[in-house]
Design a protein around this ligand. Structure first.
Ligand code: GDP
Ligand code: MG
Length: 832
């Protein structure tokens, strides 16, 4: 290769083509080969010019033909034998084997021929060869430029190879000589190739092509005959089929798996795949095609399509409204919520221990994340043992509103705390009635009235203060007030008139689910309506299954579970998620179809996430739906004062058509719970001088919840106003650039405190704005005084690298603080 390249520049104008012969042999550079052959041709006809060199070339030219000639001879013999044999015994397998062997040989020959053909084609191309000429020209020019040889000669040569014959005759010999000289052994072969190219063409055309063609023809014809016969048979069968064929109405959802389509048409999958391929769609039987494609196929097979929309797929479940006379009372489902350490777990335990009779099978050992108790008055209550607002809200976000009543636990010695407020807001957002359990009344520090008055501030007015929220003083430790609490729940549940129809196929919600090593996927399901029975086929979220076995909250095997009964279900094909809804359906096919549809829909949704719950979309939605012209937001701020100021400002925004509703506000970092609440309510989270912690950021990304950060209250008000009037521009006020974590701090005289940082995300820029975050709360905003990498002042440090930073006019930095680097739009504009 390198040799030829080197040679080309030398002989470029006249001889590059001639030199290329070697390349043709090696199959490395066919172009060059082509040129050479031309020249050879030219040389050969011209006795005078080619005499000396050409003659030498001419004789070796026979060498290259060795390959084809030898092969063709051997093949000829074989073929002849084969032909004779074939003629004699057409049906015998021996022939087939021979033919196969021949076929292989033929294939080899064909490949050789193809290679030759390609060479010829390339030659032809070269002759026409604008591209090649251009390339050659470029190379020549380059080489010429390097060697300072005249370009004009090169141009005409490539462009008009044939016309250049005369020129070639003049220049050619030198070049050919030069090129051949370095590689004498190759020369022969090259010449041979070149020389025999002509002979090959003529000879091959006759011998190889004719022979191979003839043999190939025969082989092909034999094979083809068989194929034809098969086709005929198939056609005959095929022809027979249509006569008997039943025209079917084929139900097709928006997407269908090829195999399923074939099943529904009662056609063979292979035929369906074949006709798809004929339409240019290379699919396997397990791939999914769209409705339109399916229609073409269905028409091709002579059936009728019945389009069903995706939602139709789910029609087999739910829909049927229960008649009033079928409804029976069902136990309430209770979730206990409250601030950490206020006694949620203790209270759940106390209730269970007090009410589940020891000595029953399984005793008081709780097996699943829910249990039932019976009050002294005989009311059955179902408690969900999944306290935690995240669980509550994430389940709601998944469409499973399982909780009928929230018990808000407030410790009497601690009163209302941030998560108490969160719980109140979650319950309110879900529209679930609350009962306040004032816990730890056994403690001397207990101040039950403070709890009541504190709650007032959050619009929870308890009965003791003439409100309508029941309040009960309890102690999880002493058991005081437990029965009272249970009766309060029973009363609330009576008011709610909770009913369900136990005599229908079951519908429920997954409380929790996991993959059990021994038992496979296991889900704790709270039956909400109907009765779940062993053997039932169901779809749950993106999974489906058949109830293999069920266990109740005491670990007992049960055959069925009615409304509000929590059971552990075995027999799923995959692990669902908490909050997934379970529906019993008639057939496995239905269950599978729905599960597949949901999985696909979820995939689409995930793909579309990120653009999901933005402020703009919220407003667009609000406007589209005139009745819901409300913009809910979740607000988190650095201090109580700013949070309240924001809420007030927000509530002033809006007109007759649109108004802003703060569904939750609080102080501190944006947490997963906030994101969950925002997702459930389909709204954005506003962070005022606070940031989302890492889990919240991930969760927001996953769920497509928008988080907006502000540090100027007017910016926030402007944006929300703009959103409310539909004018919110997509323009961002500032661009997040990076995060750096402070690993150490140093005191440097003359500079002040310097932070030894690791850039954890994005880049740190000297020119950018910076904020100091402590526990995800903004405590300082300003600019950098210095950005150092090792000893040097640098303009930028990328993620993963360490650097030193110091703030302009600010010194209070600590290990563990996070520096947020951001750029303002204006900054960017001025920069660009
Ligand atoms: P959770 O975080 O809300 O689940 O709270 P826990 O149930 O874990 O209780 C937190 C702490 O409060 C534990 O040390 C309990 O022993 C204690 N505690 C819970 N209920 C009571 C109560 O009624 N009286 C007293 N004195 N302590 C309680
Ligand atoms: Mg707990």
């Amino acid at each position: 290769m390198s040799d030829t390249d080197g040679k080309k520049p030398l002989g470029l104008r006249g001889g590059p083509r001639s030199g290329s012969v070697k390349q043709s042999f090696s199959h490395g550079r066919t172009k060059n080969v082509v040129v050479e052959t031309k020249r050879k041709r030219v040389v050969v006809p011209k006795p005078g010019a080619g005499g000396g060199a050409g003659g030498g070339n001419g004789s070796p030219a026979t060498d290259p033909s060795k390959r084809p000639a030898g092969i063709s001879d051997a093949e000829l013999e074989r073929r002849m034998k084969a032909l004779a044999a074939a003629k004699a015994n057409e049906a015998e397998e021996a022939k087939r084997r021979e033919e196969e062997e021949k076929a292989r040989e033929e294939e080899r020959e064909r490949r050789r021929q193809e290679a030759e053909d390609k060479a010829r084609e390339e030659q032809e191309r070269a002759e026409a060869a604008a591209k090649k000429a251009e390339e050659d020209e470029r190379r020549r020019k380059e080489k010429e430029a390097a060697k300072n040889k005249p370009a004009p000669a090169a141009d005409p040569d490539p462009a008009a190879a044939q016309a250049a014959e005369a020129r070639g005759a003049k220049t050619g010999p030198r070049k050919t000589e030069r090129e051949r000289a370095p590689q004498p052994a190759d020369d022969r072969s090259n010449r041979g190739k070149g020389g025999r190219d002509d002979s090959r063409r003529s000879g091959k055309l006759t011998v190889n092509q004719a022979l191979t063609g003839g043999e190939g023809g025969r082989q092909r014809s034999v094979a083809a005959m068989r194929r034809k016969q098969e086709r005929m048979r198939q056609k005959a069968m095929g022809n027979a089929e249509p006569r008997e064929k039943v025209v079917r109405d084929v139900q097709v959802p928006e997407a269908i798996v090829v195999q399923e389509l074939a099943n529904r048409m009662a056609e063979r999958v292979a035929d369906v795949v074949k006709s798809l391929m004929q339409m240019g769609m290379m699919v396997t039987q397990n791939q999914t095609i769209d409705q339109d494609t399916a229609e073409l196929i269905i028409e091709e097979f002579g059936h009728r399509i019945v389009r069903v929309s995706d939602s139709d797929v789910e029609d087999v479940i739910t829909t049927t409204e229960d008649k009033a006379e079928d409804l029976e009372n069902r136990p309430p489902v209770i979730t206990i919520m409250g601030h950490v350490d206020h006694g949620k777990t203790s209270l759940l335990d106390a209730i269970r221990n007090a009410k589940v009779v020891a000595g029953e099978a399984g005793g008081i050992t709780q097996h699943i994340g829910a249990y039932q108790v019976t009050t002294d008055s005989g009311t059955v209550l179902s408690f969900l043992d999944t306290p935690g607002h995240a669980a509550f809200t994430s389940m709601r976000a998944r469409g499973a509103q399982v909780t009928d009543i929230v018990v808000l636990v407030v410790a009497a010695d601690d009163a209302v705390m941030p998560q108490t407020i969160e719980a109140i807001n979650h319950a309110k957002a879900a529209g679930v009635p609350m009962i306040v359990a004032i816990n730890k009344v056994d403690l001397p520090a207990a101040n039950v009235d403070k709890v009541r008055t504190d709650l007032l501030q959050h619009e929870v007015i308890v009965e003791k203060l003439s409100g309508d929220v029941q309040d009960v003083e309890v102690s999880a430790h002493t058991g005081q007030g437990l029965d009272e609490l249970l009766e309060a729940i029973a009363l609330q549940s009576e008011i709610l008139e909770l009913k369900a129809n136990p005599n229908r196929s079951a519908q429920g919600a997954v409380i929790e689910a996991q993959l059990d090593v021994g038992r496979g996927p296991v889900a704790t399901v709270l039956v909400q309506n109907g009765t779940l029975r062993q053997g039932d086929i169901f779809v749950v979220g993106e999974q489906w299954g058949k109830v293999r076995a069920m266990e109740n909250d005491r670990g007992e095997r049960v055959k069925e579970a009615g409304p509000s009964v929590p059971v552990e279900v075995l027999g799923l094909n995959g692990t669902p998620e908490a909050g997934d809804v379970l529906n019993v359906v008639d057939t496995e096919a239905q269950a599978r179809e729905i599960a597949e549809y949901r999985a696909n829909a979820a995939k689409d949704k995930r793909a579309a996430a990120g653009a999901a719950t933005t402020l703009e979309q919220m407003m667009a939605k609000a406007k589209a739906d005139e009745n819901v012209a409300e913009l809910p937001i979740v607000v988190k701020a650095d201090v109580q004062g700013s949070a309240e100021a924001i809420v007030q400002a927000m509530e002033k925004i809006g007109n007759d058509e649109v108004r802003v509703r703060v569904i939750h506000y609080g102080v501190g970092a944006i947490t997963e719970t906030d994101v969950g609440l925002a997702e459930a309510s389909g709204c954005p989270v506003i962070g005022f001088n606070v940031r989302a912690n890492a889990p919240a950021r991930n969760s927001a990304n996953q769920k497509g919840v928008e988080i907006r950060y502000y540090s100027v209250i007017y910016d926030l008000v402007d944006d929300v106003k703009a959103a409310a009037s539909g004018l919110l521009s997509a323009e961002v006020r500032e661009k997040f650039t990076g995060y750096a974590e402070i690993k150490e701090t140093f005191r440097v005289s003359g500079v002040g405190n310097v932070a030894g940082c690791l850039v954890t995300e994005g880049v740190a820029r000297r020119s950018a704005g910076v904020r100091l975050l402590r526990d995800n709360v903004v405590i300082h905003e300003g600019t950098l005084k210095t950005l150092k990498r090792f000893k040097d002042e640098v303009s930028e440090v990328i993620s993963g690298q360490e650097c030193g930073m110091a703030f302009e006019n600010y010194d209070d930095i600590r290990k563990g603080d996070v520096i947020e680097i951001f750029e303002r739009e204006e900054v960017e504009r001025t920069l660009s």
